[in-house]
Design a protein around this ligand. Structure first.
Ligand code: KIV
Ligand code: ZN
Length: 501
């Protein structure tokens, strides 16, 4: 059996279903291009039937990625499948991924369909997808809680109608590794025609077992693994791409499997996804957490100083973590700024570069010098806010004192239009957010607010992440500045703009 595992990335589809994440088209394209650089085999770019925005993003990505299979998700019905095809038809290597639930729990309580009806839906949807596209993937949703005998029948029908990839999802993260491996083994032993297709797995992390379950399935013959950068996805997320890839690489001695991933692109991909989605990476996260290569105890430090392999099973450089010595200051020119951006992997068009450079100058004037991380944060903020309806024109805040409450005056701009509002609040940040709300007439509840320093040191850029609830819908916004009030106003405006979008 071949030892090459195909990596199917679903950051832009299942990952985007994480509460609060709402990526714009430009942000999705930036992530997709980075995923291609990372070397994933398949990018699930979205679910075109769900919204015009998703459709547009999938179509745009389809036209931009020559090397990678671009896949669109569709429920098992004609409308979804035709829409998915419309979106990916322009890709060099298009794929339609269609799915229907197979567990009795879902059939009874959600679909309200009989087993025979679902078999028929499988037949019709796979055949329909196949009439458009030579590359069709089929998923029996909630497979791990389905009757295996029925599951085999559904999979057989999918193969007979032309599916080339059968993806087995642990939709609710219920399986444990040995059990999941047995399910996959059962599929290999009982589904006629299985030798001619690729078996894939898609595991959720509700019990923290998504990576372990995926690896167990690969050990018994699955050769495509679905995963997401930083483990993003519905609820507790999907299997984390970086953990699977690095396990296969570091433990090749035991597992004998490899991928086409360039692991040195992992850190950058993780940072880009965290910055654009507003979902920070926990410090102790395997492979990409801030502490993944940090040693605190004296014994460990002593060991690593003498010989790295005493306490490190992988080299930080193998995931692309290299010390950044980049420093630019207020006298640095556009050329140096562009060169540093490109070194960091950001390729902005001339007009975009001009605007990002203006912001760089503003910050360099205040902060003196900017590190590689600061420059990256500026580029990402530019991508994040490009096309944003309202921009922050200006602001003035007063901390108040014993005689007056804190207040903020904010000016927002939309093309030639300017709106200025003043508000008072519990603090300057609160006042600034209230002024934005008043200016745009939007009711929003603040659910969470975090401030992080981009680099170490007192003059670091502040990176604010805000989560808002607007009429029951969660949105995340992020903003960067030397000034926390400004960073907060930018983050707030970023979130509100997503609602308006
Ligand atoms: O978790 C799941 O079952 C899915 C399917 C659409 C593959 O995301
Ligand atoms: Zn899923």
């Amino acid at each position: 059996m071949e030892d090459r595992v195909r990596v199917f990335d679903t950051t832009l589809r299942d990952g985007e279903q994480s509460p609060g994440i709402s990526l714009g088209v430009r942000e999705k394209v930036e992530i997709a291009e980075q995923l291609q650089r990372l070397g994933v085999d398949v990018i699930e770019a979205g679910f075109p039937a769900t919204s015009q925005g998703d459709f547009d993003a999938v179509s745009l990505i389809a036209g931009k990625l020559p090397e990678t299979v671009v896949c669109a998700l569709a429920r098992a019905n004609t409308g979804d499948i035709d829409r998915a095809w419309e979106a990916v038809a322009g890709a060099e290597r298009p794929r339609i991924h269609t799915f229907v639930s197979t567990s009795d729990i879902h059939l009874e309580h959600q679909l309200r369909k009989s087993r025979d009806e679902v078999l028929e839906m499988t037949r019709e949807s796979v055949a329909r997808a196949r009439s458009h596209c030579p590359d069709v993937e089929f998923s029996p949703m909630d497979a791990t809680r389905s009757d295996p005998e029925y599951l085999y029948r559904v999979l057989r029908v999918a193969i007979e109608n032309g599916a080339g990839v059968l993806n087995i999802p642990d939709t609710v993260g219920y399986a444990v590794p040995r059990e999941f491996a047995e399910l996959i083994r059962g599929i290999f032993e009982n589904v006629e025609g299985i030798e001619g297709v690729t078996v894939s797995v898609h595991c959720h992390n509700d019990l923290g077992l998504a990576v372990a379950n995926s690896l167990a399935a690969l050990e018994v013959g699955a050769r495509q693994v679905e995963c997401a950068v930083n483990g993003l996805g519905e609820r507790a997320g999907n299997a984390s791409l970086e953990e699977i890839v690095m396990t296969l690489k570091v433990r090749n001695d035991r597992l004998g499997l490899c991928t086409g991933i360039d692991s040195t692109e992992i850190s950058r991909t993780s940072r880009l996804v965290a910055l654009l989605t507003g979902y920070p990476v926990q410090p102790n996260k395997a492979v990409v957490g801030k502490n993944a290569f940090a040693h605190e105890s004296g014994i460990h430090q002593d060991g690593v100083l003498k010989e790295r392999i005493t306490y490190e099973i992988m080299d930080a450089a193998s995931v692309g973590l290299v010390e950044s010595h980049i420093v630019l200051g207020k006298h640095s020119g556009r050329h140096a700024f562009r060169e540093q951006l490109e070194r960091l992997g950001y390729y902005l068009e001339d007009e975009e570069l001009n605007q990002a450079f203006t912001r760089f100058k503003e910050l360099a004037d205040k902060k003196g010098s900017l590190s590689g991380e600061d420059i990256e944060a500026i580029a990402v903020e530019y991508i994040r806010t490009e096309g944003q309806e309202w921009k922050l024109g200006g602001y003035e805040v007063h901390s108040g004192g014993s005689q007056a409450p804190p207040s903020a005056t904010i000016t927002l701009e939309r093309g030639e239009e300017h709106v200025t509002e003043r508000a008072i609040g519990d603090g300057m940040v609160d006042a600034a957010c209230k002024a934005i709300r008043a200016a745009l007439g939007i009711e929003a509840r603040l659910c969470s607010f975090t401030v992080e320093a981009i680099t170490e040191g007192l003059n670091s850029l502040g990176d604010v992440t805000i989560q808002l609830d607007v009429k029951g819908r969660r949105v995340v916004g992020r903003g960067v500045s030397t000034d926390i009030v400004e960073a907060s106003a930018r983050a707030y405006l970023n979130a509100v703009n997503k609602v308006l979008r």
